[in-house]
Ligand binder design. Sequence first.
Ligand code: DGL
Length: 261
Amino acid sequence: MKIAFFDSGIGGLSVLHHAMRILPDEEFIFFADEDNVPYGTKPRELVMKYVDDAFKFLLTLNVKAIVVACNTATSVAVKEMRRRYELPIIGMEPAIKRALDLYGDKRVLVTATPITINGEKIHSLIDRLGKRDIVDLLALPQLVDFAERQDFSSKKVADYLREQLKPYDFKEYSSLVLGCTHFNYFKDTMRKLLPDNVQFVDGNEGTLKELMRRLDLSPANSIENHKPKVEYYFSGRRVTSADELETINVYLNRLDDMFLL
Ligand code: DGL
């Protein structure tokens, strides 16, 4: 049986990309809800409906687990999906704990979509960690649109990021949390705007650790010569055209380049 990765759009490829490296013997389904992206600026009830529709579709494909490779969908709907469906459902949340564990008590800037930033889930996480005084939250909704248009490093993107990051004195920060899976495509553009003391932290590793724990899987010893099988879907439609598969490759290649930044 296959493992499904689900996102509003192509952001979730950053989680799949990581899974393909460490679980090369698994078969995957990747579902991007391209008909409805973006989620992060829409009403929560609508996002709940989109997620439920996607789950209903994925369950017809007989998957053994669903990874919600979307912080926004997790914030809105993961609790309800776990109540409705019995299979393992792995959610994703901004890796604030990981940033604090790695870098101690320096300031952390958490970037995500407006839904995630305003949602109860992230605020109860920050309260649980007891670190409200050193965690700042910043919504960057336009990055989702830029990513969907494959615009990762134009002047427009750099100007937007420069303006958004301007208020922060980054000397005081240890890290910037990429709390939206679409943001991984912008690491090189952000890198140019941030001092070297600021590290990127994302939730990909933690999410996959949880997937492996739930399915009792172990990471591969070597990733050479393995190319896991992936079926791609845009909303309910299987992606088969050479053009669209090539577009997916452009994203995966970009993620190769972003991996070590
Ligand atoms: N990639 C998604 C996330 O991780 C959301 C992007 C969107 O649709 O707004 O939050």
